[in-house]
Design a protein around this ligand. Sequence first.
Ligand code: AMP
Length: 205
Amino acid sequence: MTRMLIIGPPGSGKGTQAERIARFLEIPAISTGDIFRANVQDGTTLGIEAQKYLDRGDLVPDGVTIAMVRDRLMKDDAGQGFLLDGFPRTLGQVSALDAILEDAGQRLDFALQLTADAEELTRRLLARAREAGRSDDTEDVIAHRLELYRQQTEPVVENYHSRDALIKVDGIGAVDDVTGRIMAAIERRIGPEQVFLPSAPAMSL
Ligand code: AMP
């Protein structure tokens, strides 16, 4: 029963890693970016509201984002743990998450930071733009998203660090290697009995 979040700049591989970690820990991965994109696709009121922000690489306003996450965390499957991917991204969202968890009598176990340098991030995001055709993966929008990360989200990382709740993992390298590093770091933190890794030698991911 792990309650955690993954935090890292756009292109750090957090979405991919979040899916894998969540499978190992048997908890739902909750990606705010995925929820927004699904709503845009379905043309819901939330999607219509969010689309302009997503297209520009801006952050959706805190009020909208926080209400969405609160609703999602109230669902049954999140009662036994969760992995938040892409939230919180602002200090306002940090306080909101603290309040949501406190109201539910829960607390976060840790925040996992995935690191990568700006050059590698831009290279990965442009490659993803070619493959996936995401509307926010153009060069200008990428630069803007990285800048917003520096301004708004680095203070979030610092906040979890100051509470001694941060685990930092190098996100550069092959996807499997990064997953291995992350799972080892989590295991050191929460103990092996909570991590359901397939037996060695080959981790089938
Ligand atoms: P992501 O898939 O995490 O890169 O998110 C894609 C886009 O969704 C971001 O560029 C924002 O426009 C929006 N978004 C996702 N998470 C948040 C959040 N926590 N706060 C505000 N906007 C968000």
